[in-house]
Design a protein around this ligand. Sequence first.
Ligand code: COA
Ligand code: AMP
Length: 639
Amino acid sequence: MGKPRDYAEIYAAWQGDPGTFWREAANAIDWMRAPDTIFDAAAGSYGRWFPDGLCNTSANCLDRHVAAGRGDQPAIIYDSPLTGSKRVLTYAETLKEVEILGHILKSFGVGKGDRVLLYMPMVPEAAIGMLACARIGAIHSVVFGGFAAHELATRIDDALPKLVLAASCGIEPGRVVHYKPLLDRAIEEAHHKPEACFILQREQEPAALVAGRDHDWGALRARMMAAAPGPLAPEPLLGTDPLYVLYTSGTTGKPKGVVRDNGGHMVALHWSMEALYGVRAGDAFWAASDVGWVVGHSYIVYAPLLKGCTTILYEGKPVGTPDPGAFWRVIAEHKVKALFTAPTAFRAIRKEDPDAAHLSKYDLSHFEALYLAGERADPDTVKWAETKLKVPVIDHWWQTETGWAIVGNPRGLGLLPVKHGSPTVPMPGYDVQIVDEGGKPVAPGKMGSIVVKLPLPPGCLPTLWQAEERFKESYLADFPGYYKTADAGFRDEDGYLFIMGRTDDIINVAGHRLSTGGMEEVLASHPAVAECAVIGAKDALKGEVPLGFVVLKAGVSATPEAIGRDCVKLVRDQIGPVAAFKTAIVVNRLPKTRSGKILRGTMKKIADGDAWTMPATIDDPAILDEIASALEGAHKPGG
Ligand code: COA
Ligand code: AMP
């Protein structure tokens, strides 16, 4: 019998015998002790993958490729139009840097199971930091640079890091992001105090160091290099030992710490590189995201290195650094085979260069495919990219929680016909179902909640950091036997999935995941605000943007404009610029049902200029007219 080859055969092979499928996939990983047990159904909340295997992720990302003769191949190409610099790190050099930092971390007493928080811009040291933690068995937790001090403090208090790796600053177009002062404020606010901080001093804005706590990362490195400490053996870790915790927005201001293990993560990501992204060892792969997001963890750092690819670490934007040809320049210069980014990046490029005139300056002959995720890929943008780039444009759908694609078009197994608006079909490992509120499967074409039959495949979260009950309650309780994705959508007659939106308060702003509930908590803390609601309104560039409505307490004397400005500043200060919260409208009342539930869905329809019907349960219909007139002038439907 020949080996199964195309998607249908491979999916059927997985369905028929998941254990054999994942055992074979696990053979691609170098184990210090191969796992006897592929899946232990009795462990954890829904079972655990590769529980008795011993492994190390950094060894699989680096050592094995050096040993296989790839030592001189670029592992990381840092390309930073924002600072006008570039740097190439070969596999051998990356390994050396990871060992040096690993030695330094160990000399500070950091070891297996300790948390290390990273607050870093897109520089190679961010990836080196993550890999050094992986090497010594420390659990990293990267916080995106667009989050403010308060968000950072919340994560410090949840992860309880022993040590922090940070840069003195980040660079955004036209401004310096003051990472170090933000870190200082966060540590001041947090109850937990990390023992030490390593600060990467960037020439754009070196930072003052706090005596006794902060250390100049460069000086520590120079001292360790001078001591010539030699190689650093990778720590043997169980497949189930955590590799990292990545916080993502939940339905309250308290973020969820998504846990990722070592074994399953490696197996799934390695499998995805060839099957889904169609790349092999030696190819250049570029995920134009940020190391602070899951896309950055999985597809800037871990998956390309596990596969032996060259990964591009891009510190720039799709437009303005310096022009809308920036992506084509990077693809051409570094011979990128596959690019992964969010649709919003392509909307930004198209807006500035609708005819893609900049494309003609570059040779993209080796470029094979564009992958989009992070938000719904609107068919207009997909068609534009297809026409201009003349390569497959592949939408795929996943979440921070899963770590890799739930639904995609596995180009490496043979590209399936693309249907605009659909990320195509479930990947092996995911039994995706569309169900009604009672958990019953719905007919093709009918909208419902999208759920995944348990167990989740390798690579997906086994739990939330120190919050098993919250994990079960958030994901497993509503549909027993299934993982709730909190996305809604439908499946067509051909089995293609269509993802239409979230069933909770999460919105996607320029591909960044945010909670409107979290923003409401911030607005409610304003002394003049009695009540508030935040909705995600359609935006032509960012997909969605948050819109705030606030009702003031009696007797407030400040003008509505001043309060609005205050609210905008408060969200920026508390959550961060990434929230892109620019509009807070003062209204007299909020529309509610008779039982007091705010009618956010109807408010959204009004803001988007969509057709809406009067909810039967509304308390006072006149309030919706008030909302409509408050929106006039403050917000243009579609952005
Ligand atoms: N550190 C600090 N601030 C950051 C930041 C970071 N790493 N990333 C973004 N910000 C800031 C921006 O400077 C901006 O601040 P401003 O309000 O002072 O202008 C704010 O956060 C909002 O950022 P964003 O929503 O990204 O808008 P933008 O106007 O800066 O850029 C795009 C718009 C479309 C060009 C940009 O969103 C983009 O490149 N997106 C690519 C998609 C992506 O990376 N998705 C990640 C998941 S795949
Ligand atoms: P994040 O955890 O930041 O990756 O965000 C995950 C959420 O983004 C999903 O639950 C979806 O709501 C949305 N999302 C991601 N990719 C897609 C896609 N391809 N199509 C539609 N929505 C998507």
